[in-house]
Design a protein around this ligand. Structure first.
Ligand code: AMP
Ligand code: MG
Length: 485
């Protein structure tokens, strides 16, 4: 695929055209001294963008929103949302802009979106800005998720703006150029529903169907089929998070996509010692978004989507509710199937093996022994090859793990298959913090080395041992993440 120079970057503006009521034309702040901190060259290539041009002055200005290609109309998108269970009728892009849609090599358009680009009419009390650390965090974490095969928005680039950002201290500012299948969220539908404009809600649903779930258009009830497709996509997504130990940290309805992509890498973190109650976010006091709550929260968020869609599901409200409730129960079935299939693969077991009792016993042992989630499954493939010592070394209760291993070995686990699904390298919290602190001080070396490790997560390489090792215990116990707002 050939790459386009500056003048031919084409942003189509589909969302703004289809849904003007939810699109506020707006401009990014001027970046006084843009400096490129990270560029995702493989992604640029998929989008037909020339990396050399993106690195140049005009490319950098595109990536911070100061060069608007001919015909493009940057907009702040309106949305609502439940944040920690409380409804806000008007959230919207308070520090972000949708530049428009780009063509992608796979034929499906992508949003090009900026985060940290300045105040908008949705900013409320916020400054509209983002600091270098949190934007690079999104870059690393989303690249790691992509490399793990988990649906996610992606980071095309992070550009330091040269502008200061005031948080607890003054920090260097940055803009993240984010690429997504779309930025349609459950909160988008809540916003449209709350306007009481039935035509707007229908146009939004039609837009979502065309963009993400085109098969729904052929169904007997297209809007019910849309809802079912979102339920299925979210069930599959959250199962993937649980299998890899990803804790999103802020599963508000405005951070729940219609596409089924992971979005918003604010306070997320990877699980260390296995414990369903783990919540790292400094603002998640009640543990609402703890690791083990994620499936139930996803289903709760989908119930909010169902409420928003009710007028489209059937003319009779009782009938609409009955259809929605039935579709929502599909979440648990789809989630359980994805989780069991994923655990079967992680344990290297054949397709006909019954895994539920084995998994239940394992999770009890992992939690009681404070075993590192990521290390365990890689150590287990050594056990499948005949050396159980690496896995036994993770447990205090040796009788317990020995008994479990004996049961696990019966269906003859396949070690090579396990190594294809159990990562060696995830972006461990202490390494992420180390890399971001260095980058904030101007040293991108640790960030680049971390990216190199997590971009090939299943491929164990000599010299990268520290990227596979758990955090020191005192670090893990005190670890907190922040929204970066
Ligand atoms: P988030 O927690 O990142 O999903 O954001 C929730 C809402 O807060 C969205 O409407 C954001 O646009 C808005 N927001 C977050 N940070 C800022 C900021 N620094 N300035 C203005 N709005 C913000
Ligand atoms: Mg958000």
């Amino acid at each position: 695929m050939s790459t386009a120079p500056a003048s031919t970057v084409t942003l189509s503006g589909d969302f703004a055209r289809a849904l003007p009521e939810m699109s506020l034309p707006w401009q990014a702040d001027e970046a006084t001294a843009p400096v490129l901190l990270a560029l995702n060259e493989p992604l640029a290539a998929e989008l037909g963008l020339d990396p050399t041009w993106l690195r140049g002055p005009e490319g950098l200005r595109l990536l911070v929103g100061n060069h608007v290609p001919d015909g493009a109309t940057p907009v702040a998108q309106a949305y609502a949302g439940h944040q920690f269970g409380n409804y806000s009728p008007r959230l919207g892009d308070g520090r972000a802009l949708l530049l428009g849609e780009l063509a992608h090599a796979d034929g499906h358009p992508r949003d090009l979106h900026l985060k940290g680009s300045g105040r908008t009419p949705f900013s409320r009390g916020g400054d509209g800005l983002a600091a270098v650390g949190p934007m690079l965090r999104e870059h690393v974490l989303s690249e790691a998720m992509h490399a793990l095969g988990i649906p996610t928005t992606r980071s095309l680039a992070v550009v330091a703006t040269g502008n200061p950002v005031r948080r607890e201290t003054v920090l260097p500012g940055a803009v993240l150029a984010r690429v997504a299948s779309s930025h349609l969220r459950v909160g988008s539908f809540q916003y449209a529903r709350a306007t009481d404009d039935a035509d707007l809600l229908r146009r939004l649903a039609d837009h979502a169907i065309a963009r993400h779930h085109p098969a729904a258009a052929e169904a007997e009830r297209p809007y019910l089929a849309l809802f079912e497709a979102v339920v299925a996509a979210q069930a599959s997504l959250v199962a993937r998070w649980m299998l890899v130990g990803f804790i999103h940290g802020v599963m508000n309805t405005d951070n729940t996509t219609i596409s089924g992509e992971t979005i918003d890498y604010g306070p997320c973190a990877f699980l260390e010692a296995f414990d369903p109650a783990t919540a790292y976010s400094s603002i998640d006091h009640g543990g609402r978004y703890a690791y083990g709550n994620q499936p139930a929260i996803a289903q709760w968020n989908l119930a909010r989507l169902a409420e928003a869609l009710l007028p489209l599901l059937a003319d009779d409200q009782d009938r609409a509710i009955a259809l929605a409730v039935e579709a929502l129960t599909g979440f648990r079935t789809a989630y359980d199937a994805a989780w069991s299939a994923g655990m079967r693969a992680k344990l290297g077991l054949p397709g006909d093996a019954v895994v539920e009792p084995l998994v239940d016993d394992l999770l009890v042992l992992l939690q009681a022994n404070h075993v590192d989630h990521t290390s365990f499954y890689r150590a287990l493939s050594a056990a499948a090859r005949g050396d159980a010592e690496p896995v036994r070394g993770l447990f205090l209760d040796l009788a317990g793990i020995d008994a479990w291993l004996a049961g696990w070995r019966v269906p003859e686990p396949d070690a090579d298959a396990m190594d294809l699904v159990n990562p060696v390298y995830v972006p461990r919290n202490h390494l992420v913090e180390e890399a971001l602190a260095a980058a904030t001080d101007g040293d991108l070396g640790p960030l680049d080395r971390l990216l190199d490790a997590v971009r090939s997560p299943y491929d164990e390489r000599p010299g990268l041992e520290r990227y596979a090792a758990p955090a020191p215990e005192d670090f893990a116990a005190a670890y907190r993440t922040f929204c970066g707002t």
